[in-house]
Design a protein around this ligand. Structure first.
Ligand SMILES: [Zn+2]
Length: 243
């Protein structure tokens, strides 16, 4: 094999390697968007808030019903007292009637006083829980808004990156087609094993894909290799492009 052919082989292999590395970088960018990390954290916070809200609601609802009942009861008594007051004030009432009405008014007033105490107590119980619910909903509102905008941004970014990946994959197939078949088959098989690329360069005595330092023996062996006798990285199995 002449020198030019070997150089071309190396160039095509390096072009394929670089194409795969570029695709990996863009895929990693798409799969690790800072916005996606923020969204996960945000969703976690919102889930916690939703749980807290459920717990608060479980406390608030019976307390609110108790307050409504106490108010309804006090309202009924207030209406009865007012009606009685009207009758008491009526000029037609005789003394006997007035005594009966007065006794009833006293009794009603006692009942109303008790009912109003219960109403206040129920209000005091429900108010702080209601305030907590309002506060929690208010603090969740901007987070919900941020979640929507993050989802939209992520969708747009991923769409753009997916288009870029698609274009890079097409260029990658063109680069792969330029690699001699036997070399390509070996590259693809190593790529399958590693899950990303099928070759690597040796930089400062290390495989620049898995970062494993070659032993002195492997390093000497690699230095002596050519495109025809390429060795594999002992750690990740990628072909080590000769120097
Ligand atoms: Zn390696």
């Amino acid at each position: 094999m002449c020198e030019t052919q070997k150089v071309n082989e190396r160039e095509t292999l390096e072009a394929l390697l670089d194409a795969d590395r570029w695709i990996d970088r863009v895929c990693a960018q798409r799969d690790h968007l800072p916005e996606a990390a923020e969204l996960l954290e945000l969703e976690d916070r919102l889930r916690t808030m939703a749980n807290t809200l459920r717990t608060l609601e479980a406390i608030r609802v019976p307390l609110a019903h108790a307050f409504e009942d106490a108010t309804a009861q006090a309202d009924t008594l207030r209406r009865r007292r007012d009606a009685l007051a009207v009758r008491l004030a009526a000029p037609s009432s005789n003394a006997k009637e007035l005594t009966v009405l007065d006794t009833e008014m006293k009794h009603l007033s006692e009942l109303l006083s008790g009912a109003e105490d219960s109403e206040v107590l129920a209000l005091l119980e429900v108010e702080p829980v209601e305030a907590e619910v309002v506060e929690l909903k208010a603090s969740a509102a901007p987070l919900v808004e941020r979640r929507s905008s993050l989802r939209a941004v992520i969708e747009e970014l991923q769409g753009t990156l997916n288009e870029e990946i698609q274009a890079l994959r097409e260029s990658r197939e063109e680069a792969a087609a330029r690699v001699p078949e036997n070399l390509r088959a070996r590259y693809e098989s190593a790529r399958k094993r590693s899950g990303s690329t099928g070759a690597a360069r040796v930089v400062d005595g290390r495989c620049d894909a898995c970062r494993m330092a070659l032993s002195p023996l492997d390093f000497d062996r690699w230095r002596a290799t050519t495109m025809l006798t390429m060795s594999d990285c002992p750690e990740c199995g990628r072909m080590l492009i000769p120097c």
